[in-house]
Design a protein around this ligand. Structure first.
Ligand SMILES: [Mg+2]
Length: 244
């Protein structure tokens, strides 16, 4: 596997926390001449944090709305996969949503987002979340749920679209078949649908019934929750005991 694409929340964390296992993961990936590219619904500013503090060259953030890259001097650049018109529409509809559905709780990191916004659904009543989602539907916004947020945006944003774009434009020598994707939630479904090597860590069980397209391999057991599952599976892959 030349690139390990992975979701962040619930996939590279365990019970919401990042731990020493994350460094074990980075280590095993590097030792096997592979590269980790995090593909997350978290904000652009989170992407800056990840690239600044960890030995990562690229990160795909905001559910696929932006690709961040770090050059050899440590300078980070951003490429947006949506148009200026779509960014403006998002801004105006977000303001309207807050006015017309005042129960909407925007995530605290929404100020650090450009290509999408996020709703903190755990701080809202289920009926209010549905009200906000109906409003977004009426405004023809796209939206999806991650473990932590309902993200919404305009334009063709998906993890699948962004990863395909990344492979074509950033690493054209690498084929889809030479990559693997790990995920755990509904916003990973576009990857499960279209990528050949996909794995769900065991905590994906909580949303499995809601996924129309499921990962090719679904890990089981507490020992394969989040990053532990990724780590165990990568060890098997790099020992070549698994065939897809
Ligand atoms: Mg997740």
């Amino acid at each position: 596997m030349k690139i390990v694409f992975s979701d962040f929340d619930g996939t590279l964390t365990v019970n919401g926390k990042l731990g020493a296992f994350f460094f074990d993961l980075l280590d095993i990936i590097e030792k096997n001449n592979s590269e980790l590219v995090i593909v997350s619904g978290r904000s652009l500013s989170w992407g800056h944090f990840l690239l600044t503090h960890f030995p990562l060259k690229h990160a795909i953030m905001e559910g696929g709305g932006v690709i961040l890259s770090k050059n050899v001097d440590g300078v980070i650049s951003e490429e947006f996969l949506v148009s200026d018109d779509e960014l403006e529409r998002l801004e105006s509809v977000t303001a309207k949503l807050q006015r017309d559905v005042p129960e909407t709780v925007l995530s605290v990191d929404s100020f650090g987002r450009k290509s999408d916004r996020a709703i903190e659904f755990s701080q809202m009543k289920q009926t209010d979340v549905e009200k906000a989602e109906s409003y977004l539907l009426k405004e023809k916004a796209n939206f999806t749920r991650s473990n932590v947020h309902v993200n919404f945006w305009y334009g063709d944003i998906s993890k699948n679209f962004a990863v395909n774009y990344f492979l074509k434009n950033y690493t054209p020598h690498i084929k889809k078949e030479e990559t693997i994707f790990y995920g755990d939630s509904l916003n990973d479904e576009s990857m499960f649908e279209s990528f050949p090597n996909t794995v769900g860590v065991s905590n994906i069980i909580s949303v499995l019934d809601e996924l129309y397209h499921k990962p090719k391999i679904i890990l089981e057991g507490k020992e394969n929750a989040g990053a532990f599952g990724v780590l165990n599976h990568l060890k098997e892959i790099f020992n070549q005991s698994i065939d897809f």
